[in-house]
Ligand binder design. Structure first.
Ligand code: S3P
Length: 427
C-alpha cells in the first residue's frame, strides 16, 4: 500500500474501542454469572482470537453488529476445549488466558502465529509455577505452544522484573483460583484495566503504589461494559496532526486512564498543542475528546515510569521525534524488543531508510530531529503498530512510501486506512 505527503489533517474522528479493555470484557464476562453486554467492542483480529478461545472453552458469545453478549458461567463454569486454543497474534490473549487455564480442572494447549511463537512466556510460566501451576513450553524454548494442566493453586506475592500488565493480569487471574490472597509488585505501574474491571465484576482487588492484590474465589456478576476509544489507536492521528503543518483534528471518546496516557504527556513535553475536552468516565475508565493542533516540537527524554504508560506508542514517538528540533532519547524501553516485532530494530531500520538520524541503543533509541524524511519501502514485519506508524509518517515526508504487509492493521484497527483518508487532504 502506498502513501504520499498530505496538505493537512482536518476533521473529527472516533477511534475504535480499546484493545486491552475489549479482551478483558470477554474474559471476565466469561467468568461471571449471567449475561455481560459489551458495546464499542474492538472487532480487531486480536480480540476475535479471545472470543474464539472462550467459545472453545464452552462459553456462548453472541457477536452482534453493535454489541457483544457473553453468557458467562461463573468462575468454575469453563469446559475442557476439544481442540487447541488459537491465540493468533495476541500476546494479551496468550498471557491472560494462561492465568485462567492454570486453575482449571482440565488440560489445554494453546498456540498462535509465528510472532507469538517467538515471544517470551517464561515471564508468566515462572510465577504460575510458583503458584503450583503445571505449565510448560511444548518446544521447551520458553515460548508458545504452551501445555497447561489445571492444578490447585496457592497465593503468592510476586515481584515482577518487568512492568507488564499482561504478566500482572495473568497472575491476578490465577489468583482467582488460589487458596489465599495473591499480589504482584512491579517496578513501575503498568496499565490497570484488569484491576478496574475485575472490581466492577465484584472481585476484591486492592492497589497500593505498584502492588495489586486479589482475594480468591469471588462471585463475579455480569456487567454492562462500554469500551472507551483506544488511546493507542488515537496516537497515530495525534502524531499525524503534529507532523503535518496546518492540521487541526478532534478525536472523540478516547480512554485517558493515567496508566495509558503517557503519549499525551510526552507530546505536551515536546511542545504539542493538545486540549482535553469533555472529560467523562465509562465503566470505571476516564475518557475525553482530544483536540490536536499542529505544533512545532522540540526533543525530549522519555524514560522511567512513563514508559509502561506509552509502551505501544513508542514507535510513533520515535517517528514524531524526527520532526522535532533537537535530540529525543527513549530509554528504559527494552520491552520494545519483545513486542509483535523487535520494535527498536524495525523502527531504526525503517526510519533510517527514510533518511532519519536515528540510533538503536540497548534499551531504546536516540533520534536527532529536524532532517527531512523521504519515502521508502517499509517492511512492517506484519506488526500493526509499525504499519500505522509509517502510514502517518509518509504524510509528512517527500515522495512515496510503500508499506509491505499493510493489511496487518486488522489486528487492532481494521478501518485505520479509511479513517485516516477521511482526515487527510493529499497533495
Ligand atoms: C497489554 C499490555 C502491554 C501492551 C499490549 C497490551 C495488555 O503488554 O504492550 O499491547 O492488554 O495488558 P505488556 O504487558 O507485555 O507490557
Amino acid at each position: 500500500m502506498k502513501f504520499t505527503r498530505s496538505n493537512s489533517l482536518k476533521g473529527t474522528v472516533t477511534v475504535p474501542g480499546d484493545k486491552s479493555i475489549s479482551h478483558r470484557s470477554i474474559m471476565f464476562g466469561a467468568l461471571a454469572e449471567g449475561t455481560t453486554r459489551v458495546t464499542n467492542f474492538l472487532q480487531g483480529a486480536d480480540c476475535l482470537s479471545t472470543i474464539d478461545c472462550f467459545r472453545k472453552l464452552g462459553i456462548q458469545i453472541e457477536n452482534r453488529s453493535n454489541e457483544i453478549l457473553i453468557h458467562g458461567k461463573g468462575l468454575h463454569g469453563l469446559q475442557a476445549p476439544a481442540s487447541l486454543l488459537d491465540v493468533g497474534n495476541s500476546g494479551t490473549t496468550t498471557r491472560l488466558i494462561s492465568g485462567i487455564l492454570a486453575g482449571q480442572q482440565f488440560t489445554s494447549e494453546l498456540n498462535g502465529d509465528a510472532s507469538i511463537q517467538s515471544r517470551p512466556m517464561k515471564r508468566i510460566m515462572d510465577p504460575l509455577s510458583l503458584m503450583g501451576a503445571k505449565i510448560r513450553s511444548i518446544r521447551d524454548n520458553g515460548c508458545a505452544p504452551l501445555h497447561i494442566q489445571g492444578a490447585p493453586l496457592h497465593g503468592i506475592h510476586y515481584h515482577s522484573k518487568v512492568a507488564s500488565a499482561q504478566v500482572k493480569s495473568c497472575i491476578l487471574l490465577a489468583g482467582l483460583y488460589a487458596d489465599s490472597p495473591t499480589s504482584v509488585t512491579e517496578p513501575y505501574l503498568s496499565r490497570n484495566h484488569s484491576e478496574i474491571m475485575l472490581k466492577h465484576f465484584g472481585a476484591s482487588v486492592t492497589s497500593e503504589d505498584t502492588t495489586a492484590t486479589i482475594l480468591p474465589d469471588p462471585k463475579l456478576t455480569a456487567q454492562e461494559i462500554k469500551v472507551p476509544g483506544d488511546i493507542s489507536s488515537a496516537a497515530y492521528f495525534i502524531a499525524a496532526a503534529l507532523m503535518v503543518p496546518g492540521s487541526e483534528i478532534l478525536i472523540k471518546n478516547v480512554g485517558i486512564n493515567p496508566t495509558r496516557d503517557g503519549i499525551l504527556r510526552v507530546c505536551q513535553d515536546m511542545g504539542a498543542d493538545i486540549t482535553i475536552l469533555n472529560e467523562d468516565r465509562t465503566s470505571g475508565e476516564p475518557t475525553a475528546d482530544l483536540l490536536i493542533r499542529y505544533s512545532e516540537l522540540h526533543g525530549t527524554t522519555v524514560e522511567g515510569a512513563v514508559i509502561p504508560t506509552l509502551i505501544d506508542e513508542l514507535p510513533v514517538v520515535a517517528a514524531l521525534a524526527c520532526f522535532a528540533r533537537g535530540t529525543t532519547i527513549i530509554k528504559d524501553a527494552q520491552e520494545l524488543k519483545v513486542k509483535e516485532s523487535n520494535r527498536i530494530d524495525v523502527m531504526v531500520r525503517n526510519l533510517s531508510a527514510m533518511g532519519a538520524k536515528i540510533t538503536a541503543t540497548d534499551d531504546g533509541m536516540i533520534i536527532e530531529g529536524g532532517y527531512p524524511l523521504c519515502g521508502a519501502v517499509i517492511d512492517s514485519k506484519l506488526d500493526h503498530r509499525i504499519a500505522m506508524t509509517f502510514a502517518i509518517t509518509a504524510l509528512a515526508s517527500d515522495g512515496e512510501t510503500e508499506i509491505i504487509g499493510a493489511d496487518c492493521v486488522q489486528i487492532s484497527y481494521p478501518n485505520f486506512y479509511s479513517d485516516l483518508a477521511a482526515l487527510t487532504d493529499t497533495v
